[in-house]
Write a protein that binds this ligand. Structure first.
Ligand SMILES: [Zn+2]
Ligand SMILES: [Zn+2]
Length: 322
């Protein structure tokens, strides 16, 4: 079977290549180097466009070195990393999956909603990302004010200068600033001491209703997958009934395999996917040196990935793919 719309170029748009290309009739496979081998699929990573420590191109290079063949770049509330990741993917023989991780909530409980294959030009989605980034920005200013008032050597303008324009700001950037001044040894130490959710310096930020976010992702042709749904160590998690409500409005799957899930959480998420016919993913949530998560420490089954590819219509695979 041949599919229309695939132009054999790195940035092709339209229907996604699954079986064969309509123009060159070559069989398609994910991950260029050894198409006869099963792909190694890691769909959740962060770059310096949000709170990762490597540029998008360096994340792709690290993925290649780690044996990943299909890499999802999912920066928080921004898609600025897609183009450089795609270019690096061509160079390194890595298939790049366009994605992002939206900060949402339900009943005041934080939900990270992964979105794949969205239309990068979708107006409502872009407006939503900009609004969330604006609120994150305000929150960072307030957090820095509180810390500085107690003598911590942090300055909002200096942090923004350091990370650059257009980057989604988050608490990790404050943590990194305090590590650079030698106040703390590493990011984790800053979070443990002053940036955790019960800290006097913790400032909440507005986030959209998860159900609204799912509807916008769907309208943008994307595939919505809830990240680490039962990661209890990260804070409160939503109930199964909230997840059911999100499935009702079009959420397509759950991230089952993630280091913040213990065996019971993975079992619970996997069982829900089986019961409700949802897509089950697994990924590293790699942040470069910012977290101890290693690329490909969890991966996604190729069959599950094929379901995502078939469902997403807003954008296509990028980087190297045949
Ligand atoms: Zn997350
Ligand atoms: Zn993440």
């Amino acid at each position: 079977m041949l599919l229309r719309g695939h132009d054999c170029k790195p940035y092709c748009r339209g229907p996604l290549p699954v079986v064969g290309c309509c123009q060159c009739a070559r069989p398609l496979a994910y991950g260029a180097p050894m198409p006869s081998q099963p792909p190694v699929i890691d769909l959740h990573t962060h770059s310096t466009c949000s709170d990762g420590t490597q540029s998008p191109a360096d994340v792709v290079a690290s993925a290649a070195a780690a044996g990943v063949t299909v890499l999802g770049l999912t920066d928080h509330d921004v898609i600025a990393g897609w183009a450089p990741a795609a270019a690096a993917g061509v160079e390194r023989g890595i298939t790049v999956v366009p994605g992002l991780e939206l900060s949402t909530q339900a009943g005041g409980v934080s939900i990270h909603m992964l979105a794949y294959f969205v239309d990068p030009d979708h107006a409502e989605l872009n407006a939503l990302m900009a609004t969330i980034r604006g609120h994150r920005d305000t929150r960072m200013q307030r957090t820095v004010e509180l810390l500085a008032a107690d003598g911590y050597p942090v300055d909002y303008d200096a942090i923004v200068d350091y990370v650059g324009q257009g980057v989604t700001l988050g608490r990790p950037h404050i943590a990194d600033a305090l590590v650079r001044t030698g106040t703390f040894g590493d990011r984790n130490a800053v979070f443990d001491e002053v940036l955790h959710g019960r800290s006097q310096y913790y400032v909440r930020h507005w986030a959209p209703e998860a159900s609204d976010a799912v509807c916008i992702i769907k309208a943008a042709g994307g595939v919505a997958i809830m990240a680490h749904p039962f990661a209890h160590a990260r804070g409160r998690t939503v109930s199964v009934s909230v997840i059911a409500g999100l499935v009702e409005v079009g959420m397509a799957g759950l991230e089952v395999h993630h280091r913040d899930h213990d065996a019971e959480a993975m079992q619970q998420a996997g069982a829900l996917c089986a019961q409700w016919g949802l897509i089950a993913t697994g990924s590293s949530d790699y942040h470069g040196a910012g977290k101890s998560n290693r690329l490909a420490e969890h991966t996604t089954d190729p069959v599950q990935f094929e379901r995502m590819v078939a469902m997403g219509t807003g954008s296509s695979l990028m980087g190297a793919h045949r």
